[in-house]
Design a protein around this ligand. Structure first.
Ligand SMILES: *Cc1c(COP(=O)(O)O)cnc(C)c1O
Length: 494
């Protein structure tokens, strides 16, 4: 097995090389030349194992140049103390056919921790395996959760620097405070006027800036990515789909070998793609419900085969899904059609016209595995309230996935047991959640965290308690045209 680019299948990289580089120079994303296969025996073997042990077994299938022993060491460190319980990704039953997979028990209370607690280990090892001597500068564009999770993952990791750009409009108060108060000697945080796509495009442009790359090289540094375009981000996410299947069997939701559907709140298409890869590996998964908010470009794409980002951009209460360009979709297209020229053509069309239409054959394949549904702000608030009435406090992203699953079950009449991927703690979005529950409030910002705790009796996650008492270190906002300058300044090169 080797790694190639979705836009150049003639590349032959090792896993370590792909992880160290992050993004391919041709603008494509790294994928494996083949998808490793698992069977029921493999799943049975995982059943008695702890989450870190399951993670090491599964990731090894893709990381031929990492040893078993090494991976077990990394997964134990990544999914240990930073998480608030014995299992990093617990499954919580809602009813006889439905369970939440809670991915927010890590240090930043969002599912990004699942990958970003692991990535620094994979990346440092990759740098040593590839003989890289330069210092790595991780550059991140975030819609809110990735930034904080990457900062926590990389803070004070030797040989690394981490710089995060977030859109000035459209991250929650708690998210902003989490980032602006970040500690660590190797971190930088900067807001960009605009939305997430502006920040993400700015970061992509910096990656492909030759002159800047040389400037960094002269100073003993190079760029890499912690966005979900990095394979080292995607791979740890495959683990919890398989782990959840084991736990669903243990909880009596399914029997091993039965189908299990997954409903996933989707933005950049990284999380749901990892689930689909698990299915391609042989996990008996059924349909993947691709849940969107009002930025429903993926719902339309799955329905019609036309991806069209030329539409109004909405700022919603589920900001991590306020995205019109879902980067990881490119990996799905490549994995399904297996033709780099075809993918290049779609991506050329996307960058030139903002839209592309995939072949009828590809549309059909996508619809066999995915169902797209979207939920309005009003519907999302209703779902938060009704699920709270059933004894569970969920955040707006999770509520979108919950509503989309209802739509799916009604529309397709498929009552296969399902897992709803729960991607953030409700406390990260306490203002929206309090409003949805009809609890009037006058306080703002981090005070609301305690308020939500008091109103619902739910425990405030330790990483969010006392947030408003931390020192704010980063206050700068720049135009998107000034991002390169901001990078140079943060690296001390201007
Ligand atoms: C990032 C994020 C998502 C979207 O995940 P993608 O991998 O970008 O599709 C959904 N919910 C939350 C809370 C997130 O942080």
């Amino acid at each position: 097995m080797y790694y190639l680019s979705t836009r150049d299948a003639s590349l032959r990289l090792t896993a370590a090389q792909a992880i160290a580089r992050g993004l391919s120079r041709d603008g494509g994303l790294f994928m494996t030349s083949e998808i490793p296969q698992i069977d029921i025996g493999f799943i049975n073997d995982l059943m008695p194992l702890s989450y870190p042990e399951r993670a090491a077994r599964i990731m090894k299938l893709y990381l031929e140049d990492y040893s078993d022993e090494e991976l077990r060491r990394y997964t134990r460190a990544a999914y240990g103390e930073g998480f608030d319980g014995p299992c990093a990704a617990p499954l919580k039953k809602l009813d006889a056919d439905t369970a939440f997979l809670e991915l927010w028990h890590g240090p930043t209370c969002a599912f990004k921790d699942m990958a970003l607690q692991m990535l620094p280990y994979l990346l440092r090892a990759a740098l040593s395996k590839t003989g890289e001597k330069k210092e790595v500068c991780i550059l991140v564009a975030t819609s809110g959760d990735t930034g904080k999770a990457a900062l926590e993952g990389f803070k004070d990791v030797p040989g690394t620097k981490i710089l995060v750009f977030y859109p000035s409009e459209g991250v929650s108060n708690v998210q902003k405070l989490q980032m602006s108060t970040q500690e660590g000697g190797n971190v930088g945080v900067c807001a960009v006027y605009g939305n997430f796509d502006d920040a993400q495009n700015g970061v992509k442009a910096i990656f492909s800036d030759e002159a800047l790359r040389e400037r960094l090289a002269e100073n003993g540094m190079f760029f890499s990515s912690a966005n979900s375009i990095n394979w080292g981000r995607l791979l740890p996410q495959i683990v919890y789909y398989i782990s959840a299947y084991c736990d669903a069997a243990a909880a009596g939701l399914i029997k091993i070998g039965d189908k299990l559907n997954y409903s996933v709140p989707t933005g950049n298409f990284g999380n749901i793609l990892a689930g689909w890869l698990a299915k391609r590996m042989g996990l008996p998964a059924g349909r993947f419900i691709c849940a969107s908010n009002s930025n429903n470009v993926l719902t339309d794409f799955i329905g019609t085969g036309v991806y069209d980002r030329n539409r109004r951009f909405y700022t919603t209460m589920s900001p991590s899904m306020d995205i019109l360009i879902s980067s990881n979709l490119e990996r799905l297209l490549y994995a399904m059609c297996g033709d780099d020229a075809e993918v290049r053509e779609y991506m050329r069309s996307l960058s030139e016209t903002g839209r592309y239409r995939v072949s009828a054959e590809l549309t059909e394949k996508i619809r066999a595995d995915f169902y797209g549904a979207w939920r309005s702000e009003e519907q999302t608030a209703e779902t938060i309230a009704s699920v709270y009435g059933r004894g569970m406090l969920i955040d707006p992203h999770t509520a979108v996935a919950c509503g989309a699953l209802e739509d799916y079950r009604t529309a397709e009449g498929d009552d296969t047991p399902a897992v709803i991927v729960s991607t953030a703690s409700a406390f990260k979005f306490c203002d929206s959640v309090l409003a949805a529950l009809g609890r009037p409030f006058e306080a703002e910002g981090a005070e609301l965290i305690e308020r939500l705790g008091a109103e619902t009796g739910a425990a405030v996650p330790a990483p969010l308690a006392g947030l408003d008492r931390r020192r704010v270190r980063f206050t700068e906002t720049v135009e998107k045209t000034e991002m390169t300058g901001a990078v140079l300044k943060m690296l001390g090169l201007s």
